[in-house]
Design a protein around this ligand. Structure first.
Ligand code: IFM
Length: 440
């Protein structure tokens, strides 16, 4: 029987937590929240399926924090919604928004959980899209101001903070592949945002350092790329995939440069002073967050813009997203960060989890056995790394609740806790109880 009994073998100070994000759970119709690029994208591209209600976390947050506490987790990773704090412009703060995050942080701390806030998890106020959003460095400067505000207003309630969640998704997925808001498909926009989102990170780090004594990180989503076979052109294509998806961000942050192959395609679209800005981008951080889900099989495919690859899925067991179980990739990236980038930096697995087609069965139980297996195989990789004395300090399951899974709306369930979207009832799944059994 697959279980999580080996959680007890982790060191006592290892930080187990759960993660969520603002737009995915809060509900934008509550508390004077302003509109974001996701409201606009949902209206244009997703038949209006948006985060208006989501999990109504705004009203249910105390219940949600209690669920985290009762499972025995020690940390909670969440994000601030920029349009909730500044709905109409960059000056007038929404007191209801401030009040919400103050209450949330108070509740987290009263429950002896460690708060791990993220400043940006994709809900950019729609007003910025009028100046081309992340394509314009004005947005980055405002992001620095937002970071300062957050640190000054809430900074006594947490030690660790991350600037940006998954810069690859903010840039490539949203401006080249067009799958996320604002839904642009254009290499020039993609290249600009690949750089600007890192510049925004640097503005945030500078603002946070000027204000408080936080331990600052950034959260990168790494995906393992494997050539579909050993043909030389597929091996090269995989190198390019890895540079665009992964190394672009880690090379910039830890080495102050961009990787060669990707740069040879994207450099012509970058601002002239990008090298000077890379100096700021690579200013030291205190920890790194790694989100990990799956691998892709990479095949050469000619494209006019030079992005000569396509991603395929293999034959391993898959989640409801169609993503293969490939736990070896998680330890691969932990080791790579440690060996190739910084052999001291504390690493937190800030997201890992799976979508499953969960159904309520008789007696309100949810038998998400596959999810327990997913956590089992991935957490074993993490434990091996800990035993090899790699500086992995924590692991956050994605996600506490079934929530708004972006372009998939409410159809993909990632939660340890089932959300009934009709009445906001929360029903812990078997995977929740499995963590509880060994963490409590
Ligand atoms: O739901 C997302 C989350 O917002 C960012 N990382 C991946 C998750 C699953 O797709």
């Amino acid at each position: 029987m697959i279980n999580l009994s080996f959680l007890q073998d982790f060191p006592k100070d290892f930080n187990f937590g759960v993660a969520t994000s603002s737009y995915q759970i809060e509900g934008t119709m509550y508390g004077n929240c302003g509109k974001s690029i996701w409201d606009d994208f949902a209206e244009r591209k997703l038949n209006g399926i948006d985060g208006k209600l989501a999990c109504n976390h705004i009203e249910y947050f105390k219940e949600d924090i209690k669920l985290i506490k009762d499972a025995g987790f020690k940390a909670y990773r969440f994000s601030f919604a920029w349009p909730r704090l500044f709905p109409d412009n960059n000056k007038d703060v929404n007191l209801k928004g401030v009040d919400f995050y103050k209450q949330l942080l108070e509740e987290i701390n009263n429950c002896d959980l460690e708060a791990f806030p993220t400043i940006y998890h994709w809900d950019l106020p729609i007003r910025f899209q009028k100046i081309k959003g992340w394509e314009d460095q004005e947005t980055c400067k405002h992001f620095g101001e937002l970071s300062f505000f957050i640190s000054k207003t809430f900074g006594d309630q947490f030690e660790k903070i991350s600037t940006i969640n998954e810069p690859w998704c903010v840039s490539w997925l949203s401006h080249y592949l067009g799958e996320h808001a604002p839904g642009i498909k254009n290499i020039q926009s993609a290249a600009k945002t690949m750089h600007n989102i890192l510049f925004a990170h640097s503005q945030s780090v500078e603002a946070l350092r000027s204000c408080n004594d936080h331990q600052i990180g950034i959260v990168l989503n790494n995906q393992f790329g494997q050539p579909i076979n050993n043909n030389e052109e597929n091996i090269q294509a995989t190198k390019l995939f890895d540079e665009i998806h992964n190394r672009w961000f880690s090379d910039a942050i830890f080495k102050g440069k961009y990787p060669e192959l990707a740069l040879s395609i994207l450099e012509k679209y970058l601002p002239e002073n990008y090298k000077t800005q890379l100096e700021l981008i690579s200013s030291p951080i205190d920890w790194i967050g790694l989100n990990y889900y799956t691998r892709s099989l990479i095949k050469y495919k000619k494209s006019d813009d030079g992005v000569n690859y396509e991603c395929n899925s293999g034959t391993l067991k898959k989640t409801d997203m169609g993503w293969e179980f490939y736990p070896e990739g998680l330890s691969y990236f932990i080791k790579r960060i440690n060996k190739e980038y910084d052999n001291n930096i504390p690493i937190y697995i800030t997201e890992n989890g799976m979508a499953n087609n969960d159904k309520l069965s008789l007696g309100n139980s949810i038998q998400d056995h596959d999810r327990i297996e997913f956590f089992n195989v991935h957490l074993k990789e993490v434990l091996n790394c800990v035993n090899e004395k790699l500086p992995v300090k924590g692991y956050f399951a994605w996600s506490l609740l079934d929530n708004y899974e972006w372009a998939f709306g409410y159809s993909k369930r990632f939660g340890l806790v089932f959300t009934d979207f009709q009445n906001f009832k929360r029903i812990p799944k078997n995977s929740y109880y499995e963590f509880q059994k060994y963490l409590k």
